[in-house]
Design a protein around this ligand. Structure first.
Ligand SMILES: *Cc1c(COP(=O)(O)O)cnc(C)c1O
Length: 383
């Protein structure tokens, strides 16, 4: 299977869930194993590769093999949510490790970083990830253990040059981890650009159907840190369940076609909104005027994604009204699913959040583009 895997395009591997037909039954869909425990044979050796499901199981393992292949990693581990994966990575760092993370990033992950720093578990510095010189200035050669970046980053969709960040991190002896949730493998493969670890909230594009939470870590190398991460998952029980892994496999089979369509519709929407009189600014890396567009063209080779934000004229109340006035877009948090979502982002972050009052975040789904455009037009007119 490995030889076959190496020659095929990731889109093919995803569509066929790595292309294995069940040897026993001929089923073209991988089976779902829910067993928590795995038997031993007459010699008291385990019959298969698994012992107990808190450590690993066949369906989770299959999903992990697919995720590893999609990102071109040495391995992959799946967790019960993105945050469980993120927490395991932090837990694997040595006591007091120096960590760098963006000033503007996924809110809950930054909140957890700040808590860990407050407890003294890590030493944290936040930097402006849109300025490469800010990363260089924040790095402490020989001291910094981990640089965390997110690209494109919530909710402004700033784009970070992964290759440049990897070079800077490595020159200081640090690892680079990339939150690539909003740039999944059909468009960006951070390990090929020099990153050491890729993170996905698989809740979002990888699964794509808003029906499970999952997190993925994918390493460039199977090293000591990686072994530690697996140990932490086994010890703390953050592993993904068998049924969720099975659903995730099903979701990933359509990842490439979903992402391409979502990117196409998002670009059409961004271009439409750019000309709308009530819209002050459209934040989307696919627009030529977006500050990250040049990097995005190099780094997001399969589309600019389905996430965009708009800044409205007016105040916080009128922005909230727009987000509540849609009929096709569902007013809800999260992203990357088949249904389009709209959110007044400030309302779901903390009072200290740097997100502008009038920012509305949009996750584009698979509906007819015309319906989405009409819906936003009527919501903007109504509010
Ligand atoms: C959702 C999200 C996370 C957290 O993942 P969960 O699956 O919700 O735990 C992290 N980073 C980004 C960019 C996200 O969108």
């Amino acid at each position: 299977m490995t030889a076959r895997r190496n020659r095929l395009d990731p889109a093919t591997l995803a569509a066929q869930a790595l292309g294995t037909v069940d040897a026993e039954t001929g089923a073209v869909v991988p089976p779902m194993h829910s067993s928590t425990t795995f038997a031993r044979g007459a010699d008291y050796r385990l019959v298969g590769d698994h012992l107990y499901s808190r450590d690993s199981g066949p369906t989770v393992r299959r999903a992990e093999e697919i995720v590893a292949a999609l990102d071109g990693g040495a391995d992959a581990r799946l967790f019960a949510s993105g945050m469980a994966a993120f927490a395991a990575l932090l837990e694997a760092l040595p006591e007091g490790a120096h960590v760098l993370a963006p000033k503007s990033m996924y809110y809950a992950a930054q909140d957890w970083l700040i808590r860990q720093a407050w407890r003294g578990r890590i030493e944290l510095d936040l930097f402006d990830q849109t300025r490469p010189e800010a990363l260089s200035a924040a790095l402490r050669p020989g001291r910094t253990a981990l640089v965390w970046i997110e690209t494109p980053a919530n909710p402004t969709w700033d784009v970070v040059d992964i290759a440049l960040a990897a070079e800077a991190a490595h020159s200081a002896g640090a690892r680079l981890a990339v939150d690539s949730t909003c740039a999944p493998p059909p468009t960006t493969r951070p390990l090929e650009l020099g990153a050491d670890i890729v993170f996905h909230s698989a809740t979002k594009y990888l699964n794509g159907h808003s029906d499970l939470t999952a997190g993925a870590l994918i390493p460039a190398r199977d090293d000591e840190l990686w072994a530690q991460i697996h140990k932490i998952r086994t010890a703390t029980g953050g592993v993904l369940g068998g049924f969720e892994a099975w659903l995730l496999i099903r979701g990933m089979r359509t990842l490439h076609v979903r992402f391409a369509r979502q990117s196409e519709t998002a670009l059409a929407l961004a271009r439409h909104l750019e000309r709308h009189p009530r819209v002050v600014e459209v934040l989307y890396p696919g627009l030529a005027r977006h500050p990250g567009h040049a990097i995005a063209r190099r780094q997001m080779t399969g589309g600019f994604g389905g996430m965009l934000s708009i800044l409205l004229d007016g105040d916080v109340e009128s922005a909230r009204r727009v987000a509540a006035s849609t009929r096709v877009f569902v007013p809800a948090t999260s992203l990357g699913g088949v249904e389009s979502l709209i959110e007044h982002r400030r309302s779901v972050e903390s009072p200290q959040s740097p997100v502008p009052d009038t920012l509305i975040r949009i996750s584009v789904g698979l509906e007819a583009p015309g319906d989405l455009i009409d819906d936003l037009d009527q919501a903007l007119a109504a509010a």
